[in-house]
Design a protein around this ligand. Structure first.
Ligand code: NAP
Length: 266
């Protein structure tokens, strides 16, 4: 039985992980963390999320949340990443880092901690999206000289555009081509090799990404559609299970899935 601490247990992703956990009988919740200001401190993590009781109370003490855990899953906020990573390293607890938006100091702390503990870090934990990264890399190697457009569709409240995942598709494509990523201007003739990005924002629900490869004669489209947060939760739990037998180091979801992605050139 793999004991898991959930950092950010009261958030939207925390709830998605708690909801998914019963489908993973070899994983058990062993700790739950929220911020010192959380109204849920002291409550059972499952009950606070409107789910069945887990027997684990929510704390703001990171060391206490990690005490009985072998792997931590972090879906909290970037301001807390450095402290969480350093606490995991101090306690020898492996880490699935799903939190985004942390600063350069936290990123350096992640790299330093990877000398002591095993870490999977990915801004998008979805198994399907990570498979699509590998498909896009392969397509870029085969369909050389094709025009590429990357389109992301998200709910009306999303703040960033293009999405972080759309940008990652661009990076993967550039790495596979062995060139830096050149973004096409919004108007005017397309410079050779430049990649166009567009974002649609409307309605609600899960996100969608399509990478188009076009020549004068044909078009290939690689599309991923997400139904919501459950896809990220499933990926994080798969990563936690994979980390349990992993030596120290910094890994991505491509390692969890056994996919070969080309390294970035710049
Ligand atoms: N990698 C992926 O696939 C993926 C997918 C979706 C989201 N994300 C990222 O995951 C993170 C969480 O997203 P979300 O939508 O679940 O956010 P959210 O609903 O705002 O939840 C944030 C959680 O972090 C906790 N928290 C805030 N400050 C903290 C602190 N200083 N120490 C400990 N816990 C703290 C909050 O607890 P209280 O408010 O109760 O104190 C809450 O449980 C974001 O960075 C998001 O971008 C990643």
């Amino acid at each position: 039985m793999l004991r898991v601490a959930l950092l950010g247990a009261t958030g939207r992703m925390g709830r998605a992980v708690l909801e998914a956990l019963p489908d993973w009988p070899d994983l058990r919740l062993a700790g739950a963390l929220a911020s010192p200001a959380s109204p849920s401190l002291g409550r059972d993590a499952g009950e606070a999320a409107g789910l069945v009781a887990t027997g684990v109370a929510i704390t703001h003490d990171c060391a206490a949340a990690l005490a009985g855990a072998e792997v931590a899953i972090d879906f909290s906020l970037g301001v807390a990443t450095r402290a969480h990573v350093e606490a995991c390293a101090a306690q020898g607890c492996a880490l699935v880092l799903g939190t985004t938006g942390y600063d350069a100091a936290a990123a350096a702390a992640v790299r330093a901690a990877a000398a002591r503990i095993a870490i999977v870090q990915a801004p998008n934990m979805s198994l399907g999206v990570n498979l699509c990264f590998a498909l896009v890399a392969r397509a870029a190697q085969v369909l050389r000289g094709y025009d590429v457009e990357i389109v992301d569709v998200h709910h009306r409240a999303k703040r960033d555009a293009p999405s972080g995942t759309a940008l990652r598709f661009g990076e993967v494509l550039a790495a596979a081509r062995g060139t830096p990523l050149v973004t096409a201007p919004a108007a005017g003739a397309r410079p050779p090799g430049a990649v166009g990005f567009s974002s649609l924002r409307m309605g609600e629900g899960g996100g969608e990404h399509t990478v188009f490869f076009a020549s004068p004669h044909e078009r290939v489209e690689i599309t991923h559609r997400s139904a919501g947060r459950a896809a990220y939760a499933a990926g994080a739990l798969a990563a936690a299970r994979w980390l349990a037998r992993c030596p120290p180091g910094l890994h991505g979801m491509e390692d969890v899935l056994g996919l070969d992605l080309p390294a970035a050139t710049s």
